[in-house]
Design a protein around this ligand. Structure first.
Ligand code: UD1
Ligand code: MG
Length: 464
């Protein structure tokens, strides 16, 4: 959008959160509040975005990276003072500036666009985004004149009891004529209950100087929630969760119980995939079509192919192919790569391991730091012994190998193509291709020995 700039206020500590984490970095559906705001601004394409940072500046900048420019507010003297810090970056520009608080994560791109359009059409110097709240406590209240014209804003702590009954609130989002904004900021005073320089005072000052100021009322109050404490954080999470779930449902994903499924804002899910209750899809996860995820699965920063089932299992930072089955009760740890038609069954832990197409570990195994070829069968209770107390070592199991139950594969070791490992083996040396490896104590039967024991010992061996 040409000649449109945005300023995001994110310098406050957020005392009311009672947290070591800076307020705007608290996640909503897995993404920091301020990043939601920035992503929504990027959604309509502001020409420049400046984030005002102060408390936790480094952490905020590290998280947002080059999604924004930054201006430092070293001391938090109020929202007007915060905006002023962007003057050296934006002060000389001609155009419209949107100001959004970093603690209003639910505000949509469409609403910001509508606000900007309303502002530009009306020719106002300042337009404030307002909403009607059932409970306006804590928000600034909009003061209107007899003809309904906007006169300004009064903060909760400065409001008379009569003004406190006003239900039209300042959402903390505004549009300004850029030049008028920076000129008027210089006139804002801090003679109020909090001793702060209030940004919404700019609207009142412009009005009193005879400039046209306006309000754009959004009918969705939930979109304007300002998160100041953890109670509202949970409300914001609920609204965002529902919004994300609805977007996926409209695109063809079945969610059995949307109240009981948690999907991150950045996840992608293909058509006809079914999400069952208790499922969490976190981070930048991508899930293909026709999958069944859940019940009770957690998938974090992973890619899942098509037609795959992940039942009651955890998958982290890994790739899972198509028509593959994971679980119930499997744990796929980071850097794993499961191919197509793979089966990882109950109580199997996989870590930093690749499974070729058609390979199986169906029960009770630990496969870590391993390269497993195609069509390999790993028997129940197999363990890749990858750690010598200091270093991790790799186990390689080549195509078509068969590893019998309860085997220890002591890495570094290779089980050659098409070979067999006998059940109960401890394999310390490489197994050549197409061989049988037996690494266990040979069984010895002492015939009649039990009878002899029964005769010589009182009570016999079974009663010992
Ligand atoms: C603010 C508005 C209020 C509005 C509400 C909407 C003011 C004075 N009040 O109140 O009218 O109804 O938002 O949610 O603006 N910040 C800075 N530097 C500062 C102070 C704050 O960057 O010196 C940032 C905070 O990090 C936060 C945002 O500005 O992201 C708003 O500050 P906050 O303290 O939450 O203001 P509210 O009391 O919510
Ligand atoms: Mg706030």
């Amino acid at each position: 959008m040409n000649n449109t700039y945005a300023i995001v206020l994110a310098a406050g500590q957020g005392t009311r959160m009672k947290s070591a984490l800076y307020k705007v970095l608290h996640p909503v559906c897995g993404k920091p509040m301020v990043e939601h705001v920035i992503d929504h601004i990027r959604g309509f394409g502001a020409e420049r975005i400046v984030t005002i940072v102060g408390h936790g500046a480094e952490a905020v900048e590290e998280r947002l990276g080059n999604k924004s420019e930054y201006a430092l507010q070293a001391e938090q003297l109020g929202t007007a003072h915060a905006v002023q810090q962007a003057e050296s970056l934006l002060g000389n520009l001609v155009g419209t500036t949107l100001v959004v608080c970093g603690d209003t994560p639910l505000i949509r791109s469409e609403t910001m666009e509508a606000l900007i359009a309303h502002h530009n059409e009306s020719g106002a110097k300042a337009t404030i985004l307002t909403a009607h709240a059932d409970d306006p406590t804590g928000y600034g209240r909009i003061i209107r004149g007899e003809n309904g014209q906007v006169l300004g804003n009064v903060e909760q702590k400065d409001a008379t009891p009569e003004q406190q009954r006003i239900t039209e609130i300042n959402t903390g989002t505004y549009c300004f004529d850029n030049k008028a904004l920076f000129e008027t900021l210089k006139k804002v005073k801090n003679d109020n209950a909090q001793g702060e320089y209030y940004l919404p005072d700019v609207v009142g000052i412009l009005q009193s100087e005879g400039a046209l100021v306006s309000a754009y009322v959004t009918d969705d109050f939930s979109e304007t929630l300002g998160v100041n404490d953890r109670v509202v954080l949970a409300e914001a999470e609920k609204v965002m969760r529902r919004r994300i779930a609805e977007t996926h449902m409209r695109q063809g994903v079945t969610i059995i119980d949307p109240e009981n499924v948690y999907i991150s804002a950045d996840a992608e899910i293909g058509r006809d995939t079914v999400l069952q209750p208790g499922t969490m899809i976190e981070g930048k996860t991508v899930i293909g079509e026709d999958c069944i995820i859940g019940p009770n699965s957690q998938i974090v920063d992973s890619q899942i192919g098509n037609g795959t089932t992940i039942n009651s299992s955890v998958v982290r930072e890994s790739k899972v192919g198509s028509s593959t089955s994971v679980g119930p009760f499997a744990h796929i740890r980071p850097d794993s790569n499961l191919g197509d038609q793979v089966k990882i069954g109950n109580f199997v832990e996989v870590k930093k391991a690749a499974f070729g197409n058609g390979s199986k570990a169906s029960h009770l195994s630990y496969i870590g730091d391993a390269e497993v070829g195609t069509n390999v069968n790993i028997g129940c209770g197999t363990i890749t012994v990858n750690y010598d107390g200091k270093n991790k070592h790799v186990t390689t199991i080549e195509n078509d190998a068969f590893v019998g139950c309860n085997s220890n594969l002591i890495a570094p070791v290779t089980v050659g193509k098409g070979s067999y490992v006998a059940a109960g083996s401890t394999i310390t040396e490489n197994v050549p291709e197409s061989s049988l490896a037996i690494g266990r104590a040979r069984q010895e039967n002492k015939e009649g020995y039990a009878t002899k024991l029964n005769q010589t010992q009182t009570g016999g061996p079974h009663n010992a």
